[in-house]
Design a protein around this ligand. Structure first.
Ligand code: FAD
Length: 475
């Protein structure tokens, strides 16, 4: 096997593996190195996303949503279930099988594209040399013309609350529970905390969510955050805002957690604690002295708008660089870098990156919130359409939430689209495409949407922005 490659990618997550595949499609010789090790000692490509993030969390969200709907919605359809039981072990087995299938799929993709995989830890040395250390300690030196750093991120620890991997866990641990906790604490009401909290709450865990910020989901449009908080509380998530956790202690009857809120010092006892306060870039042992690659104050690899580090022919993509920590953002960067290396045109539109929270109701948005647009000095017009007025949503017994469009009142340009409701994560694709093509509200208004579909809500929201909605009164 050659030790010399046109491109070496360090990290085989959703940013790294697409970079490797696209570089191979561009007729370059490519190696991709990944160090991921599962709890059972097996190795796998796919990074956090496939092994411990996007995919296992969505598998559990799907299972638990079905369980919850069977208990709470089937009756409305005239279906009577005498008793429903859940086999957590089987639910986890299904999740593991999905993860395994997806991660093994990457190796097949590498094979067909001609990417050489290396399992081990990659370390960049000066002169575009990369040292690979296998799990057995064996070392191998590789030489590259270009190196792409895609080392990802790791859960942020919380001072005073130590992980023990059993009762106090990070997001990966929370995907592995073998039984439903009776009393569950989620620290952090961000995307990951809300998804994981929903999983276990739907199965019956008494779930408290402590969030240090006073504002709920501050990154979302304020109308969406307000609606979401109402629904999550209805689900039974006990969300407490402005609650700063300071310490945890193992007691006989569980984990005692201390926090402070507006009422002063508080303390509660839980069976399990999930710390989900965010993620930080992971670059441990990635860079030897003298590579010329710089890290910023928060530990991210410094890059420009084209993912170039300051060092010649060294690039960085995904969670280890600035921008939202999202798999699809990393994938776009990885592919764009591979095209640039091959001398092709590439561009990542950072203004049209969708965000999705896979809760029920689902939440998704792209572009500016109404508040951001106004703060930026834009004169905006807004149109909203409730799913309660959508025939398809009603037929699905999913009339909660709405679609909201924010557009420039003068130019009609769409500035942002915000959805809370059924299949929001799928519906947002149309919004992203509209923004990618710099569509106006009128463009959406003149686009025919099939009836009865959920997508009509987006159509009607665009019409509502000009007080021309058909299926709701215009105010
Ligand atoms: C519970 C959870 C749910 C999530 N859900 C979603 C979601 O629904 N949608 C979404 O878009 N995002 C989601 N995310 C975020 C998403 O997982 C990340 O944004 C994404 O995985 C980042 O991709 P990456 O390739 O940059 O890094 P990673 O996926 O972290 O991959 C980096 C890889 O590099 C390897 N590595 C690191 N250093 C080295 C080294 N020196 N040598 C060799 N290998 C190395 C790591 O082992 C890892 O395999 C979720 C995250 C979590 C934790």
């Amino acid at each position: 096997m050659s030790d010399s490659f046109d491109v070496i990618v360090i990290g085989g997550g959703p940013a790294g593996y697409p970079a490797a595949i696209r570089a191979a499609q561009n007729k370059l010789s490519v190696a991709c190195i990944d160090a991921w090790t599962n709890r059972d000692g097996s190795t796998a490509f796919g990074g956090t996303c496939l092994n411990a993030g996007c995919i296992p969390s969505k598998a559990l969200l799907e299972s638990t949503e079905l369980y919850h709907r069977a208990q709470h919605e089937f009756a409305a359809h005239g279906m009577k279930l005498e008793r429903i039981s859940l086999d957590v072990a089987l639910m986890q087995k299904r999740k593991t099988a999905i993860v395994k299938g997806m991660t093994q799929g990457i190796l097949s993709l590498f094979k067909s594209a001609g990417v050489t995989p290396f399992t081990g830890r990659g370390r960049l040395l000066p002169g575009l040399e990369v040292e690979v250390t296998g799990a057995d300690g064996a070392r191998r030196m590789l030489q590259a013309k270009h190196v792409v750093l895609a080392s990802g991120s790791e859960p942020m620890p919380l001072r005073g609350v130590d992980f023990d991997g059993k009762q106090v866990v990070d997001s990966w641990g929370a995907l592995e529970f073998e039984a439903i906790p009776k009393r569950l604490l989620v620290i952090g009401a961000g995307v990951i905390g809300l998804e994981l909290g929903s999983v276990w709450r739907r199965l019956g865990a008494e779930t408290v969510v402590l969030e240090a910020l006073e504002q709920f989901l501050p990154m979302a449009d304020a109308a969406v955050s307000k609606e979401a908080l109402r629904h999550f509380r209805k689900l039974g998530l006990d969300i407490r805002l402005g609650a700063k956790v300071s310490a945890s202690k193992m007691e006989k009857d569980g984990v005692q957690v201390s926090y402070t809120d507006a009422k002063g010092g508080q303390s509660l006892v839980f069976d399990r604690v999930i710390v989900a306060i965010g993620r930080r870039p992971y670059t441990k042992d990635l860079l030897a002295e003298g590579t010329g690659v710089a890290l910023d104050a928060r530990g991210f690899v410094e890059v420009d708008d084209h993912c170039r580090t300051g060092a010649e022919n060294i690039w960085a993509v995904g969670d280890c660089v600035r921008g939202p920590m999202l798999a699809h953002k990393g994938k776009e960067e990885g592919v764009a870098v591979a095209d640039q290396i091959a001398g092709l045109y590439a561009h990542v539109n950072y203004k049209a990156i969708p965000s999705v929270i896979y809760t029920a109701p689902e939440i998704a948005w792209v572009g500016l919130t109404e508040e951001q647009a106004k703060a930026g000095g834009r004169n905006v017009k807004v149109g909203s359409f409730p799913f309660a007025a959508s025939g398809r949503a009603r037929a699905m017994e999913a009339g909660a939430g709405f679609c909201k469009i924010v557009a420039d009142a003068g130019s009609d340009e769409i500035l942002g689209i915000h959805i809370i409701g059924p299949m929001a994560g799928e519906l947002i694709a149309e919004a992203v495409l509209a923004m990618e093509y710099s569509a106006s509200c009128e463009d959406l208004q003149r686009t025919i949407h099939a009836h009865p579909t959920l997508s009509e809500a987006l159509h009607e929201a665009a019409l509502a922005a000009d007080k021309r909605a058909i299926d709701i009164p215009n105010r």
